[in-house]
Design a protein around this ligand. Sequence first.
Ligand code: BMA
Length: 832
Amino acid sequence: MNTINLNGEWKLTGGNINCKVNIPGDFHSALISEKIIPDPFYGFNEKDVQWVGKTDWTIEREFDFTVEEKSETYLELNEADTFFTVFINNKKCASGNNAFLRHRFNVTKFLQNGKNTISILFESAEKKSIEYSKKLPYKIPYMKYDVYSPARNMARKCQCNGGWDWGPCIMVSGIYGGISLKTVSTGLFNSVHVEYSHKENDWIADVSVSFDSIKNTKKTFVFSIAGNDIETSHVSKNISLQKGKNTIQAKLKVSNPSVWMTAGELKESGLSENTLYDLKIKIEDEESCQLTQKIAFNTLKVISKKDKAYGKDGRSLYFENNGRKIFAKGSNWIPTDSLPSRLTFKRYEDLLKSAVAANQNCIRVWGGGYYEKDFFYDLCDKLGLIVWQDCMFACSLYPVTEDFLENVKSEIEYQVGRLQPHACIGIWCGNNENFGALNWFPESNQNRDRYLVDYDRLYVDTIGKKIKELDPSRIYWPSSPCSGPDDFADNWHADSMGDMHYWSVWHERKSFDAYLSINPRFVSEFGYESFPSLETIRSFAQEKDFNFTSKLMEYHQRSPSGNSIMLENFSRYFCFPNGFENMIYLSQVQQALAIKTAVDWWRSLKPHCMGALVWQLNDIWPGPSWSSLEYNGKWKLLHYEERKFFDIVYQPLYIKDNKLYAFFSNDTQEKLSVNLKISYLKFDGSNFKQEIILKKNVSPDTTIYLFEEEIDTENKNNYFIYAEYQAVSEKGKSYQGCNTVFPGLFKHAEIENPEIDISFIEQNDYFEIKLKSQKPAFFVSLDNDDLPGIFDDNMFTLLSGQTKIIKFVPAKKTDLKTVIKKVSLKHLKSTF
Ligand code: BMA
C-alpha cells in the first residue's frame, strides 16, 4: 500500500477571502491566524464571527501522483465537517454529509500521472441544516441557547458547535482528522473487534478483522499480540478473499498478561498506568498493509438488575471490572475547545491526568460533542478511566427520514468498529437527555406519539439494534438519564432505577441539602457553577468588566441567570464577600461544597448508589461554568476537593435533619484498621465538647456506618466538627484524611480572624508553602496566578496552632521570588 499524505498547507477561499489553511484543521483557526477574524473567545467577539459559519468555504491544493497497474486508489478523509464535495482535476468525485465518519472514496479513475489538483467545497452546515429542516413534514425541535445556530439537529456534526449553556456558538468546518490517498493492490483494513475470555490467567483474545478487498484472491493474514511481559502470540490464516467486505477471525492465546485495572485499582497497586499490548494483523507478503491496535485484557461490564430499593421498584446500575464492583467516581467530558485545530494530545493528556489525580475512575463522553480522538481512548486505556460513551445526540429531537437513519447507521458502524477494541469502554449510551426532551417542546407535548415513535425508531430500532449487533459484549443503555431499557420514568427526579441527572440544586435553585433527599443508583450528571480564576478572566475581559453582573461577565455566562443563582446561594450560606476576587474565590468554595455535600451522601449509600459523575470536567472556552478544570486546565477548588471526596479511602460526613452522620468508605481490596477522632471545636480553637475516638476494622470494598448524633442546635453557630482518621491496610499501606462540617450556616458562625503566617521554601523542583494559623481557618486556599502548577492540597481547614506545609509543583521551572509574587492565600474570614 502506498500512501500520499495530503495534510499540510492548502488554499482557503470563501466569500471574498483568499488565504492559507493548515489541514488537519478548522477554517476559523485559519482566519484567526491570518488576522482576518479576532479571537472569538475575547470580549463579545463571538458575535462578530458568526458569518464564518454561514459561509461556504473551498480548500484546494496540488499533488503529484503515479498511476499503478492492478491497483485502486482511495481518498480517505477523517472528521470532514460536514457537508463537502470533492473535485479532482475539476471533476466531482465524492461528497459527504457526516463529520463523525471516516470517508473512503475510490478515486482511481479521476487521477492522472504527474500533477493533479484537488479541491473540496464545504457548504455552510447552518445553511444546509435550515434547508433540510424546511423539507421535513413536521418540525423537529431542539434546545437553543443564548447564541445558537438554527436547526443544528439536522447535521451530523458536533452539536455544541451550535452554542450551549457553557459555550459559544462557533459553527466550525474543516478536516480535523487528516486526508490522504491510499493506493492498494489487495485492499484496506476497516476495523478490528476483540472479545476476551480467560481461565485463571490464561486468556483468549477472540479477534475478528474486517477487510475490504478490491478483488478475489488468496492471502495469508498474520495475527499477533505482543508486549513486554508476555510471550508473543501468533496465528496465521490462509484466506480466500472475496471482492468487497471480508471478515477474518482468529483466536490468540496469551498467558499471564497484566490485567486491565481502573484508576483506583492502579493507585492501590502503586502503579500509574496499565500495560497495553500490541495487536497486529497484516498480510504476509504486503508489509505495509496492516492494522495495529493497542489492547488490554479485562472483563469490564455493567450490571443492571431489577430489585427493590427503599420499598420502591428499583434497578441497579454499576460497573464490574474483572468481577469486582466499582463505584464510579468521575466527570462528564465536553469538547476541549470550540476550535478543533486546538485539540492537541497534550491538552487531552493533561486533562485526563488531572482527572486521575483527583481520584476519578470514570469519564462520560457526553452526547453533544465528538466521538473522541483515538488518543483519548488510548489515554483512558492507559490511565484506567472507564468510559461511558454516549452517541452524539443531545438535548433535542432528531429527524428519522430514511437518509438520516442510513447516515446514522454508517456513523454507528464506523464509531463502534473504531472504539470496540478499547478496554476502557464500559457502556454504550444512545443519547444525552433525548428521552426527557420529549417533554421539553410544545410540538412533542402536543403530539407525543409522533415523536415517541421517532424516538423509538432512532434509538431502539436503528442505533440500539446496530450496537447490539456490532458489540454484544457490552450493554446498550438507550439514553442518559433513563431508568432502564424498558422503563420510561423522569430520571431527573425518580431515583430508584438506572442513572439520574440531578439538577434540582442548580437549575431548580434548591439548597444543597436537596442532594440528601434522593437515594440514587447512579448519578451520571449533577453540577454547580463557579467562576474561573482571575488569570482566566483576564484572557477574555478587561479590568472594567471585573464584576459578576457586568455586561461582558453576563455575556460569557451561558446558563440562564447563572450568575444570580451563585449570588443567591452566597446569601443563603455565606457572609457576602467584598470585591470581585473574593467573589470568584467564594464561588469556587461554594461549588466545591455543593458537590461534596452530594458525594458524601451518595458514597454513604454504597452499594445502593454506585456512581457519581460530576457535570463537567473541562471547559470549551474561558467563562463561568460547572467545570472543575478551567479552559487552560487550571484546577478549580472543586477539583482539589474531588481529590479528597473521590479518594479510595474516605470518611463521608453529613448533617441531615439536625443530626450528624459519620461513615467510612474503604474502596480498596484490603481490610483496613482505622483510628478515627471526631473533635468539636469552638472558633477560638478550644474544645466545645469531648471528642469521640473510634477504632474500626473496615472490610474491603465496603462503606460502613459509624454513628449518628443530634447536633447542638442551640449552639450550632459556636462550634464546628473536625474529623480525622489514620488507616492501615493488612499489607501495611497507610491512609489518612480529614473532613470538616459546620452544624450551622457559615454566615452565622462566629468565625474569628485566624492570622495565618505564610512562608515559602525552595526545594529541588518544587516549593514548600508553610502555613501556621493562630485560630481555626476555613477553606484555606492557595491560588497560583499565571504560574501553572499544582498544590498537593487546597481548600482545607487549619486548626489553631497547626502548621501545615503545602507542596507546590510548578509546571515549568521557576524561582522563589516568582512563587512568592504569584501565589496568594485566601480563607473564608478573609472574604468579608
Ligand atoms: C445537562 C447536560 C448538558 C447541560 C448541562 C447543564 O443537560 O446534558 O446538556 O449543559 O445539563 O445545564
